[in-house]
Design a protein around this ligand. Structure first.
Ligand SMILES: Cc1cc2nc3c(=O)[nH]c(=O)nc-3n(C[C@H](O)[C@H](O)[C@H](O)COP(=O)(O)OP(=O)(O)OC[C@H]3O[C@@H](n4cnc5c(N)ncnc54)[C@H](O)[C@@H]3O)c2cc1C
Length: 390
């Protein structure tokens, strides 16, 4: 890590844990696999390598150390987990299956049945089953509570009809976290349910990859045509799925990933600036501003993890603040990098890596939209802060 602080004093145990992690990564993680975007979006060979390395991380106890031991964890705290993930993100270690690990995992631990926990958690963490998130629809992603996909109960099954879109990694996924309307009589956030859908075993699902403007295939659109999902795959209360769905989004929006990535890019930029003869006063002030934002963001992220470690719920507006703060800070840094590097921005590759500031600049735009656009986060912060229900 750099000279930046953690915002709190590490315990002796945490300091030793981080030192051990650094030794471990030094030994096991080759620099050529440093990955700045989601590994699921990398070429197939690279993705498969990442998946195997993530399996190794799990086997060696570094992937979900904060989960209960019963499900493959190590009984550590959310703060410990954040320290570990921050170091990994700083080293650009790709994490596969984030939909399962970081989003569905905590929801199953909180709301899943014992059968669901036993069935899914280890397979998620060992990368045996990959997950995608089926929330957004062609008629809108921001207005999620007005989604149109229905899952109507028929005995011990739900019959699903509708379409999902912008589903990242669906082409690699074995399972989907589906949000659908189970009670058409109810409106808005009422009458929705969260279902776990086996994409291989369920008939009546078509998955169509979408090629983006950048030429990459990163998203899919799925069509559900009388697809039958067992009632046993319902997570949380029937018709009360918004609780699970919004808690899952809180996990997606929290964390320290964007800030760790920004710290690494900041250090890379400082190295370039040093190579080019030092920092001009005007650039120093702009870099200083980014450092202020990174420090403030990390303090917020660790305070949320600290509250979780103590077993309390975090203030409901915090995940959205973290999401906006992390993605906007990253956007500002990569814009500054483009300014500093000028026309070299697309050609400059730090130490011969395939990653560069130009790709980081391009990826900063979808970052502001994924997980709910930043405009929508402002709305959520306001309504949650003032206790206005949707
Ligand atoms: C990289 C990436 C990965 C994604 N992965 C997934 C995934 O795995 N699963 C999934 O379900 N979805 C995924 N999405 C979709 C994402 O959640 C939606 O794109 C996002 O919620 C916005 O929805 P939309 O695209 O339908 O835009 P719209 O909702 O149509 O919004 C269009 C624009 O209008 C603005 N806007 C809309 N309503 C308001 C308002 N009330 N006030 C102010 N501004 C408003 C929005 O901010 C946005 O700029 C992903 C998106 C990206 C970019």
């Amino acid at each position: 890590m750099t000279g930046l602080t953690t915002g709190f004093q590490l315990s002796g145990r945490q300091a030793e844990m981080l030192a051990e992690l650094k030794r471990y990564l030094h030994k096991t993680f080759p620099r050529e696999h440093e990955c700045d975007t989601s590994p699921e979006w990398s070429p197939d060979e690279e993705y498969q390598w990442c998946r195997r390395y993530n399996q190794q991380l799990f086997d060696d106890g570094w992937l979900v150390p904060h989960w209960p031991e019963k499900y493959g964890g190590g009984g550590l705290t959310p703060v410990d987990q954040m320290l570990i993930r921050e170091e990994m993100a700083y080293r650009r270690v790709g994490i596969c299956n984030a939909n399962g690990l970081d989003m569905l995992g905590p929801i199953l631990l909180q709301l899943g049945t014992e059968e669901q926990k036993e069935r899914h958690l280890r397979k998620i963490a060992r990368m045996e089953e990959m997950w995608c998130q089926g929330y957004s629809e062609p008629d809108g992603g921001s207005d999620l509570t007005h989604l149109r996909t229905t899952a109507i109960r028929d005995g011990e099954e739900y019959v699903v009809n509708g379409s999902k879109i912008w589903t990242g990694h669906a082409m690699h996924a074995d399972w989907m976290i589906l949000l659908a309307r189970t009670d058409p009589e109810q409106k808005g956030s009422k009458g929705l349910s969260m279902l776990l859908v086996d994409l291989h075993e369920t008939e009546g699902i078509e998955i169509h990859p979408i090629r983006s403007m950048a030429g990459e295939v990163t998203f899919c659109q799925e069509y559900f045509m009388d697809a039958r999902v067992p009632v046993a795959n319902l997570v949380g209360p029937e018709h009360g799925g918004w609780l699970a769905a919004s808690a899952l989004l809180d996990h997606e929006r929290s964390g320290v990933g964007h800030l760790a990535k920004t710290r690494r890019q900041l250090d890379d930029l400082l190295a370039v600036v040093a190579e080019r003869g030092g920092v001009k006063e005007s650039t120093a002030a702009k870099l200083g501003r980014i450092i202020e934002q990174v420090e403030a963001g990390r303090a917020m992220a660790y305070s949320v993890a600290q509250i979780m470690s103590e077993g309390d719920g975090f203030p409901p507006h915090m995940p959205s603040i973290l999401k906006v703060w992390g993605t906007e800070t990253n956007g500002q840094l990569v814009e500054l990098a483009s300014e500093v590097l000028g026309l070299d921005v697309a050609d400059y590759h730090p130490e011969g890596l395939s990653w560069n500031f130009w790709s980081a600049y391009m990826h900063s735009f979808p970052g502001r939209i994924a997980g709910g656009s930043n405009e929508i986060q402002h709305d959520i912060v306001g309504t949650r802060y003032f206790g206005i229900s949707g």
